[in-house]
Design a protein around this ligand. Structure first.
Ligand code: GDD
Ligand code: MN
Length: 438
């Protein structure tokens, strides 16, 4: 049987009486303005305020609205997973109730999934994305969390976002073990996905009510990272496992580079009679070449295509060369500091240096030289979403956070400003060709 909806908007709630009616209204008007047959599923954890009552009353008005009240094992992630289970559609999107995530972007998420993305993430950290009104402490914590997440998912800038959409297939048959707030990490770590799109958005902190983020959630996050890492090693059929494989190959290549380096140093000094420093410089360069080609052909699967700025091999080589030379300097710096200032035996200092530089080389190259493209970023800050059947569209300028709904036949539109949440109806006189080049 066909799914009832094209998309289900999952809204987890806990004490959201101040926001819930408005968010449902906003989601519904975005869906209908874009002719998307969507359902709204509120998943509540026994709110102690009027949230449940408000939603139950609204179900009389909206027949695409449903509420689930969970009586045990409360938590944001658990609620979202319950939403996945109960949703009657092949596409899901998760959105906060407190307007931190602009509902007007829902059609863009939906559009990207329709175009083929498996997961679409609302990102606060790619170009065009922002966070408003967060205290320094919260920013630092969040950057720490995303930084850790990026080790597991180098292509994703905001793996802990709470605003994301996905296809049902990504998680079907996968046992999600929910913990804390970072349900997206769990989906990315265990789910079956290939293509990811990130859409920048401005995260606006809630105006009404309080954040439920506590210290517990932070330690839960650390535990989640560890358990995902462990899962990836035992289950193997996932993206994190692929990442470990690359790291291991990179290490192996690095090791081969050491052998190449020592071999040529010996050859040049003993057989060609070069001064050992000159010989060493040449040997280092040969090792860099050796590592570059092995990594380029073997470690990184270029079937995945690299990022546009390093699409050309020469550029990749230049990038690798720079990272390697900086790595070398760091290595010598560590060797010198540990040996001279801390009195550590020089061979031990050197080993420590090599280990640190290995991570430096891997992480930096992975994020520059071999940044892969399959997970495409949503580069345009302006975008138009049009439904060709209904001839309705939405124009969004992500930088100014302004949008406009347009109806092509009647040439009428509505401007929306997501900051002030105000809108205005307008008559538009566009000519056929430059319709959306506004
Ligand atoms: N069902 C349920 N159960 N919902 C909850 C719970 C819970 O235990 N705790 C929070 N929620 C709901 C809130 O009602 C809101 O709709 C949404 O989940 C986010 O909660 P907030 O308390 O507003 O979270 P935040 O603003 O601190 O955190 C946001 O940013 C994080 C990234 O830094 C959220 O978007 C998180 O999902 C996101 O990971
Ligand atoms: Mn919030």
């Amino acid at each position: 049987m066909d799914a009832q909806y094209e998309i289900t908007v999952i809204i987890p709630t806990f004490n959201e009486e101040a926001n819930i009616a408005d968010i449902i209204e906003a989601v519904n008007s975005t869906l209908s303005a874009n002719n998307i047959r969507g359902g709204i599923l509120v998943v509540d954890d026994e709110s102690r305020d009027k949230t449940i009552e408000i939603v139950q009353n609204l179900t009389l008005k909206y027949n695409n609205l449903k509420i689930i009240v969970r009586h045990e094992d409360h938590g944001l992630s658990q609620s979202v997973i319950e939403g996945f289970k109960q949703a009657n559609s092949d596409i899901f999107i998760v959105i906060d109730a407190d307007f931190s995530h602009p509902p007007m972007l829902i059609p863009l998420f939906y559009g990207e999934i329709k175009k083929g993305a498996d997961v679409v993430i609302g990102s606060r950290y790619i170009h065009g994305g922002k966070i408003q009104q967060w205290p320094l402490k919260r920013r630092v914590l969040s950057l720490g969390a995303t930084g850790l997440g990026r080790i597991l998912f180098p292509e994703i800038t905001d793996p802990v976002s709470g605003f994301f959409a996905l296809r049902k297939e990504v998680i079907s048959g996968v046992q999600l073990h929910p913990r804390g707030y970072k349900i997206l990490m769990e989906v990315l770590g265990k789910g079956q996905w290939k293509s990811i799109v990130e859409i920048p958005f401005t995260f606006t902190d809630r105006h009404n009510g309080e954040s439920k983020l506590t210290f517990c959630i932070i330690s839960d996050y650390a535990k989640q990272i560890l358990s995902l890492a462990e899962y990836s090693l035992t289950s193997r059929n996932n993206q994190i496992w692929n990442e470990w494989k690359k790291m291991a190959k990179f290490g192996f290549v690095g090791f081969s580079g050491v052998l190449v380096n020592v071999g040529f140093l010996y050859l040049f000094t003993e057989y060609l009679g070069l001064y050992y420093i000159t010989a060493s410089v040449v040997a280092i360069e040969i090792a860099i070449l050796n590592n570059f080609f092995l990594n380029d052909y073997w470690t990184f699967d270029l079937k995945d295509e690299v990022n546009s700025f390093t699409q050309n091999r020469l550029k990749r080589f230049f990038s690798f060369q720079c990272v390697s030379i900086i790595g070398l300097i760091i290595n010598i710096g560590i060797l010198y500091t540990l040996t001279d200032f801390f009195g550590i035996y020089y061979l031990v200092s050197n080993l420590i240096g090599i280990l640190i530089v290995f991570f430096w080389n891997y992480l930096v190259n992975r994020h520059t030289t071999w940044k892969l493209k399959t997970y495409s970023n949503y580069s345009a800050s302006k975008s138009m979403f049009v439904d060709t059947d209904s001839k309705q569209g939405m124009f969004v300028d992500i930088d100014s956070k302004q949008g406009m709904f347009v109806d092509i036949d009647s040439k009428q539109g509505m401007f929306v400003d997501t900051d002030s949440k105000q809108g205005m109806f307008a008559d538009i006189d566009f000519n056929e060709n430059d319709k959306f080049n506004k």
